[in-house]
Design a protein around this ligand. Structure first.
Ligand code: 5GP
Length: 131
């Protein structure tokens, strides 16, 4: 069965899309830990990120970098932090999180409450800044 993220790529499940090319897809995390929290995935369904072959993994990182540059442009932050866990969804993904401080990357606490309108607005801004 297709992963939930493959179903997002296919448009079967809605998402706030940030960017897409032939190989990768970026969209807002549904439960952001910080404003602009974005996930980057390969369209090829691979569970564990370190099972991705080197060339594809390299291109995935380069794609994530372009997303991070767009996030930096529109969301006030010191850095865009990067995390990989994959304990919940068995489809490799990179978390890109605009942060002001280390604790902004904390995944164990309560998540942000963001309205659908605000998520749509954030996504539109990052999408526009994506080059
Ligand atoms: P992880 O697998 O890295 O532990 O966590 C999976 C991440 O995917 C979580 O941050 C969670 O909020 C996000 N997520 C899970 N299901 C969905 C979904 O259907 N849509 C979106 N946009 N994000 C999701």
């Amino acid at each position: 069965m297709a992963s939930i993220f493959s179903r997002i790529v296919a448009g079967e499940i809605p998402s706030y899309k940030i960017a897409e090319d032939e190989e990768f897809f970026a969209f807002l995390d549904i439960n952001p830990v910080a404003k602009g929290h974005t996930l980057v995935i390969p369209k090829k369904e691979i569970d564990y990120i370190f099972d991705i072959e080197d060339p594809l993994l390299g291109r995935m990182m380069a794609f994530a970098k372009r997303v991070a540059r767009a996030q930096e442009e529109v969301i006030p932050c010191k850095r865009v932090g990067l995390a990989v866990m994959g304990l919940e969804v068995p489809h490799a993904h990179i978390h890109l999180i605009p942060i002001q401080k280390e604790s902004d990357m904390y995944f164990g606490g309560s998540k942000m409450v963001t309205s659908q309108e605000e998520l749509a607005e954030i996504a539109a801004k990052i999408r526009e800044a994506f080059k």
